[in-house]
Write a new protein. Structure first.
Length: 402
């Protein structure tokens, strides 16, 4: 995907490679909601997991698993080939995945710990530039295994992606309507009304977070920051919502804001008008569910995007709305794959209730007015949710089956 220019809120798109690096480390321990079941699922009688050194290669995939025992087992996956590969531990009949490790480099070893029980298993080795290979079947006669996750294909993701894209189209129409109201207030010189109109327009745009990659360069014009710009907030390249925000809360005249406000309306109108010809990548939808709030932690809860309105907590709440919209489209896939879905729903509700506590009528508590305890709790609540959403990104990452 194209990398955004420095200084835009589109940096949320640029974090995607880092997300998958993190997920690869997580998956080296356990597939979320699929293998060991996560903290709290280990019985007090569990002992140190059995260890197996398993080969990863097109010619000897899965060789070395000689101790097929029930309970926790640890596999040291050694890639003996000359190219990178990913590995799934799956039921070879249903293809349900019980553990996976991505990005095992040539000559390197990665660890996978899973809980196994009665059933048939096989390792599937998926080299970067070759066909997938399934290793020998291994049968375990007893024990209760963790839940498996049926692999998601890009075909599975097309219906939710199309439904989400249609919802974004309606959302963009509302962004245009609200932004035009903002421009009208600026044009008539009513800066008090403009300040009141700015937040609803900006929050409506923020709710569309999973589509930012598809928005392309226009997102920088709409929601860019001054980060990396030579002239900072006075740079001509500083445009969009935050440029108008800076002027409204730093004493600029209505005359000086007419051009930035008009440019903002033009940018969102152009995006709305071209949206029907845009195609979102279905394979990215699960990642975006995680990425929206990951960026909320990075930018909103640090105050890096506050240009005077003090609305970071309101934006965080809008980002949470955007996350809910993505999850609602993915729910049919998650219901049968994510054992922790009920806990995720609870975490989303908890985050919503916590953030709503900072709304007082039409006003929101400024980030710099929070007590230390409130800041820590906010970071904790949102951080916990981001960790759970990493499982959604993992489970909805299309897997090669051949």
């Amino acid at each position: 995907m194209p990398l955004p220019r420095l200084g835009t809120r589109s940096v949320r798109v640029g974090t995607a490679p880092a997300v998958f690096v993190v997920l690869a480390v997580v998956l080296a321990v356990t597939l979320p909601a699929a293998s060991s079941g996560g903290p709290g699922h280990h019985r007090a009688t569990d002992t140190k997991p059995a260890r197996n050194v398993v080969e990863v290669s097109p010619s000897h995939c899965g060789r070395g698993w000689t101790r097929p025992e029930p309970g926790l087992q640890t596999f040291d996956l050694h890639n003996s080939s000359d190219g990178a590969a990913e590995v799934y531990l799956e039921d070879p009949d249903s293809q349900s995945v019980y553990g996976e490790v991505e990005g095992i480099g040539p000559g390197t070893t990665r660890r996978l710990t899973v809980r196994l029980g009665r059933g048939t298993y096989a390792f599937k080795c998926v080299p970067d530039d070759a066909d997938a290979v399934t290793g020998p079947r291994v049968r375990i006669a007893s024990g209760r295994r963790g839940p498996g996750a049926a692999p998601v294909t890009e075909h599975d993701l097309i219906p939710p992606a199309l439904a989400y894209q249609k919802w974004v189209g309606h959302g963009l129409a509302e962004v245009v309507r609200l932004t035009e109201r903002l421009q009208q207030a600026v044009d008539r010189g009513d800066l008090s009304a403009a300040r009141s109109a700015w937040l609803p327009a900006h929050l409506q745009y923020e709710r569309l977070g999973a589509a930012y990659d598809a928005f392309g360069d226009v997102d920088a014009q709409i929601n860019g920051t001054d980060a990396g710009l030579p002239g900072g907030v006075h740079d001509k390249a500083f445009t969009g919502f935050h440029r108008v925000e800076y002027g409204l809360w730093h004493g600029e005249s209505a005359a000086s804001l007419r051009r930035p406000a008009a440019a903002l309306v033009k940018a969102v109108s152009t995006l709305r008008d071209s949206w029907s010809q845009t195609r979102m990548d279905p394979a990215q939808l699960g990642l975006r569910a995680h990425e929206i709030l990951e960026n909320t932690l990075q930018f909103e809860l640090t105050g890096r995007t506050d240009y005077g309105s003090g609305s970071n907590l309101a934006t965080a709440r809008a980002n949470l709305d955007g996350t809910r919209e993505v999850l609602s489209r993915l729910r049919p896939l998650l219901t049968t794959r994510y054992a922790g879905l009920a806990d995720l729903d609870h975490a989303v509700d908890r985050a919503q209730n916590w953030l709503d506590g900072f709304r007082h009528g039409g006003h929101w508590t400024r980030l710099d007015r929070l007590t230390r305890a409130q800041r820590e709790q906010t970071d904790s609540v949102l951080g916990n949710l981001v960790e759970r959403l990493a499982s959604v990104a993992t489970l909805c990452d299309p897997r090669r089956t051949a």
